[in-house]
Write a protein that binds this ligand. Structure first.
Ligand code: COA
Length: 229
């Protein structure tokens, strides 16, 4: 059973392990560039949890999918950017769509007016998801950009978020995640949990840590795109 719930800052190691388990190709699609392990570590370390909501799907203690909703500067523009990733073994089962839907509910309840979702032109699955929520995608600087305008919050939408939070708590109470025995570590470099411990192919990305302002999508490369105010 997958438990979908918000993550806390102290769970950032789970996020890092999840990103490391993505295949090299999925990492490239997630960040827009080939991304090395040190670049991912730097990305997670630089995350500002004060302006990021992260909703993860857990199978036991293993984070197998996550959506990050990050407030864009300046804060009063009420814009946010959304990034999502799901490990191979869990793809094409509706998890990505569900995570995006939950992130958009959070955006709606916080009063965000625009949520951006950027992807590479060859990334068909995320475009399919984006179309479910945004309708149109436009080409911007070599990427595709979906602009999603969340509806106004209502008492019902707030209740729905509360329901999601309480359902996750209840699931954890009824079926607590199994603790690993001391010394037993979560697999870090596997794209598929069923496929042994194959190592990730090396990526060509630079391993230099990037400044925090560069972290959005482009952990391996380019500065965060400035969205129009
Ligand atoms: C994008 C991603 C999150 C999707 O996760 P997922 O759990 O597989 O998503 P879903 O199952 O909810 O939906 C995938 C949709 O794409 C469709 N799809 C899958 N492969 C496809 C392809 N090659 N061409 C067109 N559509 C495709 C599926 O049929 C499904 O559509 P449906 O719901 O109408 O049937 C996942 O593929 C991933 O992590 N990719 C790497 C990271 C990434 O690209 N992130 C996005 C950039 S921020």
């Amino acid at each position: 059973m997958l438990v979908v719930r918000k993550l806390m800052a102290r769970e950032s190691k789970s996020l890092e392990r999840h990103l490391l388990r993505l295949s090299a190709e999925d990492r490239r699609l997630r960040f827009g560039y080939a991304t090395s392990a040190p670049a991912i570590a730097a990305y997670v370390k630089a995350m500002d949890w004060g302006k990021t909501w992260a909703i993860g799907a857990f199978s036991g203690t293993r984070l197998c999918g996550i959506v990050e909703l990050t407030r864009c500067d300046p804060w009063w523009a009420m814009k946010a950017e959304l990034s999502v990733s799901v490990e191979k073994h869990y793809q094409n089962r509706g998890l990505g769509t569900r995570l995006v839907a939950e992130a958009l509910l959070i955006a709606r309840n916080r009063g965000f007016q625009t949520v951006y979702l950027l992807c590479l032109p060859e990334n068909r699955p995320i475009q399919r998801i984006a179309r479910k929520f945004a309708g149109q995608l436009t080409a911007v600087e070599g990427e595709l950009e979906a602009r999603i305008r969340p509806a106004q919050p209502t008492p019902l939408s707030v209740m729905m978020e509360l329901f999601n939070d309480n359902r996750a708590i209840l699931q954890c109470v009824l079926e607590p995640p199994k603790r690993r025995r001391s010394g037993q570590r979560e697999p870090a470099n596997r794209a598929d949990p069923k496929r042994g411990s194959g190592r990730q192919p090396a990526t060509t990305a630079s391993t230099r840590p990037r400044p925090a302002a560069w972290r959005s999508r482009g952990a391996g490369g380019k500065p965060r795109r400035q969205f129009p105010a």
